[in-house]
Design a protein around this ligand. Structure first.
Ligand code: ZN
Length: 80
C-alpha cells in the first residue's frame, strides 16, 4: 500500500482539542506514531501512514484537523 507523509499545523490554543480528537481517530491512525512539534512552540505534528490514497488519509483525520493538514505521497529511500 502506498505511503503518505502528513503534516499538520494548529494554533497553540487548539492543542487539547486536537489531542482529544486523535484519541478517537479511526483505525487508519491508531497504529501511527505522530511526531508532535508542540513542545517546540511550532504547533503541529508529522506522521507517515499507509493508505489506499491521500483522500483516505484526509478522511481518517478528525474533522477539525483536515483543513490544517497536508498529505503527500512519499517513498522511503535509503542511501546506505
Ligand atoms: Zn499544539
Amino acid at each position: 500500500m502506498p505511503s503518505y507523509v502528513a503534516v499538520h499545523k494548529h494554533q497553540a490554543e487548539e492543542c487539547q482539542a486536537v489531542f482529544d480528537d486523535l484519541k478517537n481517530a479511526g483505525p487508519l491512525l491508531r497504529e501511527v506514531s505522530i511526531y508532535c512539534t508542540c513542545p517546540s512552540g511550532d504547533h503541529g505534528g508529522y506522521f507517515v501512514v499507509e493508505a489506499a490514497n491521500a483522500e483516505a488519509v484526509q478522511e481518517a483525520l478528525p474533522e477539525k484537523m483536515r483543513s490544517g493538514t497536508t498529505v503527500t505521497a512519499a517513498d522511503a529511500i535509503s542511501f546506505s
